[in-house]
Ligand binder design. Structure first.
Ligand SMILES: [Cu+2]
Length: 127
């Protein structure tokens, strides 16, 4: 009787081990798939020129993870302030200076030094 019980116990142990490895393998495959799906999304670099007291282009459709670089082509400083919370995005950019941001969410913005200068980044949903 004791021998039979031990035999059953060892089979259970082996089954639990097999189950553990199967679950681990499955999780690994799921993680790999999610990672490759994320890597297959092409991120784009966009430039926004600050020129003639305006953001050019004023509106831009971007994907999460895209990079935006603002380039100040004016001779006066400008900056970028998020318009809803009024949170400062960039420091003052002197003539020729740039500021780069990786987009994570839509952005409605203006220049804190010249509030009539407005811009918008809207997000395109990635399929
Ligand atoms: Cu400005």
């Amino acid at each position: 009787m004791i021998i039979v019980n031990e035999h059953h116990a060892s089979i259970k142990k082996i089954n639990i081990k097999i189950l553990f490895w199967m679950v681990s393998g499955l999780l690994y495959l799921i993680v790999q798939n999610v990672e490759s799906a994320e890597n297959s999304v092409k991120h784009t670099q966009h430039n926004v020129e600050i020129s003639g007291f305006a953001f050019v282009p004023k509106k831009l459709e971007v994907k999460p993870g895209d990079t935006i670089t603002w380039i100040n082509k004016d001779i006066v400083p400008h900056n970028i302030v998020e318009s809803i919370e009024k949170s400062v995005i960039s420091p003052d950019l002197a003539a020729g200076e740039t500021y780069t941001l990786v987009v994570k969410k839509p952005l409605v913005y203006h220049c804190g030094l010249h509030p009539s200068m407005k811009g918008k980044l809207s997000l395109t949903l990635v399929p």
